[in-house]
Design a protein around this ligand. Structure first.
Ligand SMILES: Cc1cc2nc3c(=O)[nH]c(=O)nc-3n(C[C@H](O)[C@H](O)[C@H](O)COP(=O)(O)OP(=O)(O)OC[C@H]3O[C@@H](n4cnc5c(N)ncnc54)[C@H](O)[C@@H]3O)c2cc1C
Length: 396
């Protein structure tokens, strides 16, 4: 045997697992396809790494089994994440909505914590090592990989698959975990891009394109859920945090509702203006809340050059509908090239929630994004990656 375990993937989950195994005196070898460890951590949060969320719980995760992540989150809490990084000099600072970023450090410092720990513990991280297969043997597993043009094999009683999801193929994302799971007869929950911008095509495309670059605070919702954050208009559709959030719950053919003034009532605002200064133009009133470009664009639906006093009941209702119930039917999404995470993945029914060991293949573990546990935007996905990496390390 070459090690106590082979970890496939030096991403957030694999690195945490290797470091935690080190604390427990276990020797692991990490095989990473890319040329460096933690590539996705390095680009996360615009290079600043939103490494957890103060309010993270199983509720901010999408999964066929909403309870599955609870055990891991009990074993490794948000406080554990915060304490862990503090120990290595990274203080968390809340940006907004519980999102913690390193206060005066960046994503590279986060990766350095893990690579230094691995070095201290003598955990090897082999880069440019693409794993092609895992074979079960009487003693455990053989992990077949290529490094350069050399085909190699490592043997260990346990294997951890932490190869992430499908987003950003040009960074080397692979479907390795899904393929391997299928080969071992595990069920896969249908995968799709999530936390992804949505596209608009057809007759509405131009209307959105003219607003490209404008951002506005909104409530975006569908029949399942709502999010209050900014949306960003682009020349191909919609992006921004609210849109990324709802994209994980959106399905092709479905609409989303945008409330362009979520914390107020446009009807009350019009009523008040009618009482104080009925001569105000609807455009002037809307310009108090929106960039002129957006107000002008809303002119496609609203009589902007009428005074508020002259608006009919039907027109006021139309203003209300347009502002509070702006219905969008996205044509699609921007795909894995632009998605932050993958929805779906290895069915959680196939794994023990306490250990993340595969029920059908003892000794084989899956962690991180390859599983059907998908977090909202805001540091939740890293919390899952750290927690699942920690949980698996306890089993090695
Ligand atoms: C642009 C962007 C920004 C993001 N920002 C944030 C953020 O700020 N906060 C947050 O919580 N989440 C963020 N995420 C999501 C987060 O990065 C992922 O959810 C997290 O990295 C998943 O961890 P993981 O260990 O499962 O997979 P990854 O971190 O993707 O690691 C998987 C590793 O496995 C390697 N690999 C794949 N196949 C093989 C193979 N066959 N052999 C060997 N190695 C292989 C890959 O090269 C990769 O290094 C962001 C994602 C993107 C794309």
């Amino acid at each position: 045997m070459d090690a106590d375990a082979i970890i496939i993937g030096a991403g957030a989950c694999g690195l945490m697992c290797a470091a935690q195994a080190g604390f427990l005196g276990k020797k692991v070898i990490v095989l990473e396809k890319g040329s460096k460890a933690g590539a996705k951590i390095l680009i996360s949060g615009g290079g600043r790494c939103n490494f957890t969320n103060l309010y993270s719980s199983a509720e901010q995760f999408i999964s066929n089994n909403q309870h599955f992540a609870k055990s891991a989150f009990k074993q490794w809490t948000v406080e554990d994440t915060i304490g862990f990084f503090e120990t290595y000099g990274i203080q968390g600072k809340e940006k907004t909505l519980g999102q913690l970023f390193p206060e005066d450090k960046n994503a590279k410092d986060v990766v350095d914590v893990f690579t230094s720990l691995c070095e201290d513990f003598g955990q090897e991280i082999l880069c440019n090592a693409q794993v092609n297969d895992v074979v079960q043997t009487a003693e455990g597993f053989e992990v077949l990989f290529e490094q350069g043009d050399k085909q190699q094999v490592l043997r260990a009683p346990k294997v951890v698959v932490a190869t992430g999801g499908l987003p950003i193929p040009k960074m080397g994302a692979t479907d390795f975990a899904l393929k391997l799971a299928r080969r071992f007869g595990l069920n896969i929950v249908e995968t799709a891009p999530a936390l992804v911008p949505l596209t608009i095509t057809g007759k509405d495309e131009e209307w959105y394109a003219q607003l490209s670059g404008n951002s506005v605070f909104c409530e975006v919702s569908n029949e399942q859920i709502s999010f209050e954050e900014n949306i960003l208009f682009t020349h191909w559709g919609l992006s921004g945090p609210s849109i990324l959030q709802i994209s994980s719950f959106w399905r092709p053919g479905k609409t989303i509702n945008i409330d362009l003034l979520p914390q107020e009532s446009i009807t009350s605002i019009i009523d008040e203006e009618r009482a104080s200064n009925g001569k105000t133009l609807l455009s002037t009133l809307l310009n108090r809340y929106y960039a002129k470009k957006l107000t002008d664009a809303l002119g496609k639906f609203l009589p902007l050059d009428k005074t508020v006093a002259s608006l009919t009941k039907t027109e006021i209702e139309k203003v209300h509908q347009t502002i509070h119930h702006f219905v969008v039917k996205p044509a699609g999404d921007k795909g894995y090239d632009k998605a932050e995470v993958m929805r779906g993945g290895i069915d959680t029914d196939e794994l023990s929630s306490k250990t993340l060991e595969c029920k059908k293949v003892p000794g084989l573990y899956f962690g991180g994004e390859c599983m059907d546990v998908t977090g909202w935007l805001g540091g939740y996905n890293f919390q899952w990656a750290w927690a699942s990496g920690f949980v698996i390390a306890q089993q090695l």
